[in-house]
Design a protein around this ligand. Structure first.
Ligand code: A3P
Length: 348
């Protein structure tokens, strides 16, 4: 039997098993071998009970604001580097390890039944995020929002312009969405980021691979999570798909649905806690004295409506994706959002 000092041993190991170079973090307490070497000072439950995964521009910040109003729901501490989002499962932060991730969450005391969560809107279209999340927090619930993908693309383009992205300032929206294969790299890259998150069915299927609905034999679970499918069997859902358009127009109804899905208590009455602010043009948190706390200027931006040519182009572009989405929602026993019905009518 041969051995080497730790550094050389690690190098040798990865020469022999290069496919293991990319780590996949699991909860140390789920495996006795890991638990035995995990420091006694550490806990394993500074982890989210649910994730809001995005995509960007669908109302994720509004949902975040409404969630943290709930007395039993607590978000991560803000990240100084990536603004408010942790962005752990999707990119290079993952390589910083689980201690780095857990430091974003308060240590849960024995008495609280707090629902810890984090919202990172870039998780949704990420190839890696579902697999990595399912490895570390397999029982966490997943919340995703969807609005008309054409509107999402336009809102995202406006967001990039507001952030003075060079390509977004240089090219019109129509130029971005319609750019061909031979377009300059910066234009193609902007186009991808603008359009790809709107391939909703593909991304949701990917999340469902790792967070599949499971058939339940007992009714011990929260009934809101159980849906009857065609064959009358009951299924337990870990993934909630919210119509972002409805969150915008009727947030209290959506927040009731979210509370049921999470199984969180006490019931929080959002219809009393939210108020429509006519100046902002959106629903906001109602403060004492009748004032409102709304999201900042970067949420609910003012910009001209999308031109008709772009709208038509995008309806065609997203046609197949929207058809797949409607099939998926049907399979999951979920109603179709009104914008999806309209899109399906348009391109028949
Ligand atoms: P626009 O700024 O294009 O109108 P995200 O937080 O995921 O980036 O989404 C931003 C979008 O949330 C905004 O896009 C806005 O339309 C939408 N939104 C929904 N409800 C809102 C609310 N109560 N306040 C502000 N924006 C809201």
């Amino acid at each position: 039997l041969q051995t080497l000092p730790p550094f050389q041993l690690a190098r040798k190991y990865f020469q022999l098993f290069p496919e293991q170079h990319d780590p996949i973090w699991q909860n140390p307490c789920d495996d006795k071998r890991h638990k035995d070497i995990w420091s006694k000072e550490k806990t394993c439950d500074r982890l989210p009970k649910f994730l809001v995964v995005g995509p960007q521009k669908t109302g994720t910040t509004a949902l975040y604001l409404f969630l943290v109003m709930h007395p039993s729901i607590t978000s991560n501490f803000p990240s100084l580097r990536t603004f408010e989002e942790v962005q752990f499962f999707n990119g290079n932060n993952y390589h910083k390890g689980i201690d780095w991730y857990m430091d974003f969450f308060p240590v849960p005391s024995n008495v609280t039944s707090d629902f810890l969560f984090e919202k990172s809107a870039n998780y949704f279209p990420s190839e890696d995020a579902p697999k990595r999340a399912a490895a570390l927090v397999p029982k966490s619930k997943i919340i995703t929002l969807i609005i008309n993908p054409s509107d999402r693309a336009y809102s995202w383009y406006q967001h990039q312009r507001a952030h003075e992205d060079h390509a977004a300032l240089k090219y019109s929206f129509y130029e971005v969405i319609s750019a061909g294969h031979h377009a300059p790299a910066e234009l193609r890259s902007l186009q991808n980021k603008c359009l790809v998150p709107g391939w909703y069915a593909i991304h949701i299927e990917h999340w469902l691979t790792y967070y599949p609905p499971s058939q339940q034999s007992t009714l011990s679970f929260n009934l809101a999570l159980l849906k009857k499918k065609n064959n009358n069997k009951l299924f337990f859902f870990l993934l909630l798909i919210i119509d972002g358009q409805q969150l915008r127009s009727d947030p209290a109804a959506i927040m009731d649905e979210v509370q049921k899905f999470l199984g969180v208590s006490p019931y929080y009455n959002y219809s009393q806690a939210l108020s429509f602010d006519p100046q902002k043009g959106f629903w906001c948190q109602l403060l004492e004295g009748g004032k409102t706390k709304c999201l900042g200027k970067s949420k609910g931006r003012k910009y001209p409506p999308m031109d008709l040519e772009s709208r038509t182009f995008l309806s065609r572009y997203y046609k197949d994706h929207n058809v797949e989405l409607s099939k998926l929602l049907h399979r999951l026993g979920q109603p179709l959002p009104s914008w999806l019905r309209e899109e399906l009518q348009k391109v028949r």
